[in-house]
Ligand binder design. Structure first.
Ligand code: HEC
Ligand code: HEC
Length: 290
């Protein structure tokens, strides 16, 4: 059951083995990310000033990349070493495959994947036509079903993750810039509410870990600010791609709560809110985490 309560945060933190005394605190690593890519070097903003609404919360916002060990960070410096590129390549094969019921491919309507440049940086967003908050998965599925006559792709299916990897890479190096005002405002507020709500037996919110305790060691993990600018990410532990939606499920599950579903309206709103906390960081395209 999901429940809301304002107490017991410290207890829960202790239960999780957070070293709140500060002994196990480790600063985010001072480092810079410049990616060697086929098209040349791509500079990635992994640390920057927080968006206005977080000005009193953080001195700086950091990509999760800063909290990973040297080996993991290095894998992202060169596309030849980045294990996520395999999935980008698979996405490109699918992009060009005539899989629609009328023989259409993504390419037959959109040309090359570079036509998607910039899109990842503004996702999620309220769609002008539907008036609804859409995540990238929704846009892909709209084409898969309505324009190609296929069955919907699961939000965590291989097809979907390969395609998200390909599309995301087209915005690599661009600043995350999701809209939070106008029609996005109610969704953003809803996402914010989820972010600060304590869930599960451990009664912990996203903020308890990623805002109050980032920099601390939790078990063997160096706790980051929980940014989504790097997603989809290749997770070494899973030997595969993980989307932001999937990551949220994992994090909520760690608090021993029954979680919202990947692709649910609640998690879409949460993705908007979390993405906005990273406004100004670069889209990493496809990142590597452990
Ligand atoms: C009990 C502590 C805890 C809670 C609560 C928690 N997380 Fe996490 N989260 C972690 C740990 C540990 C990791 C892996 C190390 C890291 O990147 O911080 C992680 C990773 C992440 C990442 C990946 C960051 C990256 O760059 O790879 C995101 C995004 C994230 N969490 C979002 C959330 C959201 C949203 C919530 C609330 C629904 C949440 N987390 C709740 C512990 C927590
Ligand atoms: C029959 C033509 C057609 C096919 C095939 C097609 N699309 Fe689309 N797609 C469109 C149209 C039309 C739009 C809406 C464009 C707009 O609203 O400006 C769109 C929009 C999108 C968007 C949102 C783009 C944006 O800037 O808002 C994405 C992402 C997308 N398609 C991905 C795909 C993928 C991935 C495939 C293959 C699996 C695919 N599309 C196949 C016609 C197609």
């Amino acid at each position: 059951m999901l429940r809301f309560t304002k107490t017991k945060g410290t207890l829960a933190a202790t239960a999780l083995g957070l070293a709140l005394a500060g002994a196990a605190f480790a600063d985010p690593v001072e480092d810079e990310l410049v990616i060697e890519a086929e098209e040349g070097q791509v500079e990635i903003v992994t640390k920057t000033a927080p968006p206005a609404f977080l000005a009193d919360t953080f001195d700086a916002i950091y990509s999760g990349w800063h909290f990973r060990d040297d080996t993991t960070r290095d894998l992202e410096r060169d596309d030849f070493d980045n294990p996520a590129m395999v999935f980008v390549d698979r996405g490109l094969d699918k992009w060009n495959a005539a899989m629609g019921t009328g023989g259409e491919s993504c390419a037959s309507c959109h040309q090359g994947p570079e036509s998607m440049a910039g899109l990842r940086a503004v996702m999620p967003r309220v769609d002008e036509k539907t008036g609804k908050l859409m995540i990238m998965e929704d846009y892909v599925n709209a084409c898969v079903t309505e324009r190609m006559g296929l069955e919907k792709w699961g939000v965590t299916s291989e097809n979907m993750k390969d395609m998200l990897s390909l599309i995301s890479l087209q915005s690599r190096g661009m600043a995350v810039n999701v809209k939070i005002d106008g029609p996005a405002a109610p969704y953003w507020e809803h996402g914010k509410e989820i972010y600060y709500t304590r869930y599960g037996q451990l009664e912990m919110s996203c903020a308890n870990c990623h805002e109050d305790n980032n920099g601390q060691m939790i078990r063997a993990d160096h706790l980051s600010q929980g940014q989504v600018n790097g997603f989809p990410t290749y997770r070494l532990k899973d030997s595969g791609m993980v989307t932001a939606q999937q990551r949220f499920v994992g994090c909520v599950r760690d608090t021993r709560a029954e979680t919202f579903k990947a692709g649910s309206d609640d998690f879409k709103a949460l993705e908007l809110y979390v993405a906005s906390r990273g406004n100004g960081l670069s889209v990493e395209g496809v990142s590597v985490r452990h």
